[in-house]
Design a protein around this ligand. Sequence first.
Ligand SMILES: NC(=O)c1ccc[n+]([C@@H]2O[C@H](COP(=O)([O-])OP(=O)(O)OC[C@H]3O[C@@H](n4cnc5c(N)ncnc54)[C@H](O)[C@@H]3O)[C@@H](O)[C@H]2O)c1
Length: 338
Amino acid sequence: MKVIQVGIGGMGSTWLRAVQRSPYVHFAGFVEINDEIARAQAEAYNLDPSLIFQSLPEALENVETDAVINVTPPEAHREICIRALETGLPVLTEKPLAGNLAEARAIVDAAKATGMLCSVAQNYRYRPLTQTIKAILDSGELGALAAARAEFFRGPHFGGFREQMAHPLIVDMSIHHFDLMRFFFGSDAVSISARSWNPPWSWFDGDASAAAMIKFANGVEASYTGSWCSQAFETSWNADWRFECERGVILVEDDRVYIQQLESVDEGARGQSSIHDERREIPLIGMERESQDYLLQKFYEAVTQGKAVSTTAQDNIHTMAFVFGVVEACDSGGTVNL
Ligand SMILES: NC(=O)c1ccc[n+]([C@@H]2O[C@H](COP(=O)([O-])OP(=O)(O)OC[C@H]3O[C@@H](n4cnc5c(N)ncnc54)[C@H](O)[C@@H]3O)[C@@H](O)[C@H]2O)c1
């Protein structure tokens, strides 16, 4: 399968490597609006400079492709995705699906109208850590899930578009954790209250910290706290998690998964007390391919063999509604019902 990659700077490098590693996917060409980045990346990744174009329409006029991979900043996603879909090409696009909900809906409408696949890179779902958590929850060994919390604290200095966004943490980062909640719980957010703020030392223009309470359609209650301006004790990019289940707890710390199970409830002189087994570390599930490699392979199988993909734009619109529901709750100070 041949692809055009649009946007080859920043995260573009990860996709260049994923395609170069794949035995099934090859580059037809590239699009990059920044000449300096185009030159540097052509050298770093041994790309043919004559195949790097200034716009997607120019690339489409000059090379034949089966699909498009979009790794541009969010505000460019609508134009690129819709152009590809309307040309009859499937798209694998980076998250967030678009810069706002209206633009994301326009992409979903284009995917429906053209019948073309638009797959969204929610790569955090396809990691050994998150697959392990999902497997424990789905096994039922800890009984029903009532509540969960996620905590995310890092202090990255990216420069670029994130430092100008109104809600950089929520829209560009927490989107992964919110999408993971949908994945873990198998349900969508229905009610959200949230606050966001910008620490006095923040290097972001918009709010780099937030806290949210989210109720899901299946009754699960989740809490989330996060910051992109934390100066120490950073968590993993995957966040730390705690899942409160009927017969035990799943604890996720520093990308390690632990469970502790309730063994029995004993009657004692002072009333009932719970007896637990020892805290056990659960080995992570092995994966043949993970993250971008996994998504690329699934995209390839969908395009060439018609196999189903779970991270479609049609599904991802629920993650986008969740993310922008949190933004609305922060901006309004009220509760948002979806
Ligand atoms: N899934 C993840 O874990 C993950 C991680 C980082 C970034 N991302 C996402 O990837 C996307 C890109 O982020 P980034 O960090 O690489 O940004 P970036 O600004 O570092 O790189 C974007 C590149 O796209 C180019 N570009 C911009 N508009 C273009 C256009 N219209 N046509 C062609 N090229 C264009 C820029 O010149 C730049 O080289 C964002 O949506 C971001 O949220 C995802």
